[in-house]
Ligand binder design. Structure first.
Ligand code: COA
Length: 326
C-alpha cells in the first residue's frame, strides 16, 4: 500500500488581535493570571463578514498552491470543526463550493481539538487503499462565535483560525509513519455545548441560560490531557519503532503551555524541539496543530526528511497522534 504524505499546507488567521488587556476589560481577569496559568498573551477574532468556511477556503487555497494542485484535482475534502457555519449542511460543502472542487466528495468530522489528526488518519487510509489520490484536510474554528464573553474560564482561552493540509501518495522520503485515534465518551461532559442540538433544541430559555456557549471543566481536562498526550505519543513512536531522541519536532495541541511543558518533561523531549505558538493564537481547537505545522513549514523550521510527532486531545474526550517524515 502506498503511504501518504502532506504535499502542502496553508493557514488563515483573522487580522483582529484580542490581547489579555482587552480581556481585562470584558471579564474579571488579569494578564498575569492568563499568562501564568495558560501561556496565552493574545488570540485572534474573526470579523463579522468572515465565517468558518471563508477562513477555510483561504487556508485551503494556500495549501493547494504549495502542493502544486488545483481544486479540481481533489478527490476528498475532510473538514474538522466544532464551530460550523451552520448545523446543516456541512462546512465541508461550503469549502468545496468556494474552492470549486467539483470532482470530489466532502464531509465534516467532529473530534474537536484532535480533529485535524483524525482527519489526517482518515485521509491516509483513503490514499493507502487507493480510494482517493488527493485529499484536503482542514482544521478550522470560529470559536469566538461559541464563547460566552462573561465566562472568564473559557473566553480567555480560545481563539479563531483555520489551516489545511493537502495529502497525496508519499513523495519520498516523506510519509505518515504511524497514527492513532482514541475516544473516551465517559468524559463527554468535560467540554461541551449543552443546547442547540436535538437533545435540547434552541429556545428562548436555552438562549437566556447561555446553553449555546462552550462549557468547560478545566481541572478535570488538564489531567486527562497530560496523560493522553503522553500515552498516544509513546504509542505512535512505538508503532513506528522510533525513540523520542530521534524526533526533530514535536507539535502538541496548543491547549495550555503548562500542559505542553508537562508532556514534554514526561516524554523527555528537549525544549528546543517543541513548537509553541499558544502565546500568539490561544487554543484554536481543530486549527491548532495545522497552524503550527504551516508556521514551521513556511518559516523553514521543518526540513525535508525531518521526523515530526504531532499529538492532540480534545472534547469527547478524543486524543490522537501522528508521526510523519516531512
Ligand atoms: N482569570 C482569573 N481567574 C480565573 C480565570 C481567569 N480567566 N479563570 C478561572 N479563574 C479562577 C477560578 O475561578 C478559580 O478561582 P477560585 O479559586 O476563587 O475558585 C481559580 O482561578 C483557579 O481556577 P482553576 O480552574 O483551578 O485554575 P487552573 O489553574 O486549573 O487553570 C485552566 C484553569 C482552564 C487554565 C486549566 O485548568 C486548563 O488549562 N485546563 C485544560 C483546559 C483545556 O485544555 N481545554 C481545552 C481542551 S482542548
Amino acid at each position: 500500500m502506498t503511504r501518504s504524505s502532506i504535499w502542502g499546507t496553508g493557514r488563515s488567521l483573522p487580522e483582529r488581535v484580542i490581547t489579555n488587556a482587552d480581556m481585562e476589560k470584558l471579564v474579571d481577569t488579569s494578564d498575569e493570571w492568563i499568562t501564568t496559568r495558560t501561556g496565552i498573551k493574545e488570540r485572534r477574532q474573526a470579523a463579522p463578514n468572515q465565517s468558518t468556511s471563508t477562513l477555510s477556503i483561504d487556508a485551503s487555497r494556500r495549501a493547494l498552491e504549495m502542493a502544486g494542485l488545483h481544486a479540481k484535482d481533489l478527490d476528498l475534502i475532510i473538514c474538522s470543526t466544532i464551530s460550523p457555519d451552520q448545523p446543516l449542511p456541512s462546512t465541508a460543502a461550503f469549502i468545496q463550493r468556494g474552492l470549486g472542487a467539483s470532482a470530489c466528495c466532502s464531509f465534516d468530522l467532529a473530534a474537536a481539538c484532535s480533529g485535524f489528526l483524525f482527519g489526517l488518519t482518515v485521509a491516509d487510509q483513503f490514499i493507502k487503499t487507493g480510494q482517493a489520490r488527493h485529499v484536503l484536510v482542514v482544521g478550522t474554528e470560529l470559536l469566538s462565535r461559541y464563547l460566552d464573553y462573561n465566562d472568564r474560564a473559557t473566553c480567555v482561552i480560545f481563539g479563531d483560525g483555520s489551516a489545511a493540509g493537502v495529502l497525496g501518495p508519499a513523495r519520498e522520503p516523506a510519509g505518515i509513519l504511524a497514527a492513532e485515534m482514541h475516544t473516551e465518551g465517559a468524559f463527554a461532559d468535560h467540554l461541551f455545548i449543552p443546547a442547540g442540538g436535538a437533545a435540547r433544541p434552541a429556545s428562548c430559555e436555552t438562549v437566556r441560560e447561555g446553553g449555546h456557549y462552550i462549557k468547560m471543566r478545566g481541572n478535570e481536562l488538564f489531567k486527562v490531557a497530560v496523560r493522553s498526550l503522553e500515552e498516544v505519543s509513546r504509542r505512535v513512536l512505538e508503532k513506528a519503532g522510533v525513540t523520542t531522541d530521534q524526533i526533530d519536532l514535536f507539535i502538541p495541541h496548543q491547549a495550555n503551555q503548562r500542559i505542553t511543558d508537562a508532556v514534554r518533561e514526561r516524554l523527555d523531549v528537549p525544549e528546543e524541539k517543541v513548537y509553541s505558538n499558544i502565546a500568539r493564537v490561544g487554543n484554536t481547537s481543530s486549527a491548532s496543530i495545522p497552524i503550527c505545522l504551516d508556521e514551521c513549514v513556511r518559516s523553514g523550521r521543518v526540513k525535508k526528511g525531518d521526523l515530526i510527532l504531532m499529538a492532540a486531545f480534545g472534547a469527547g474526550v478524543t486524543w490522537g497522534g501522528v508521526l510523519m517524515r516531512w
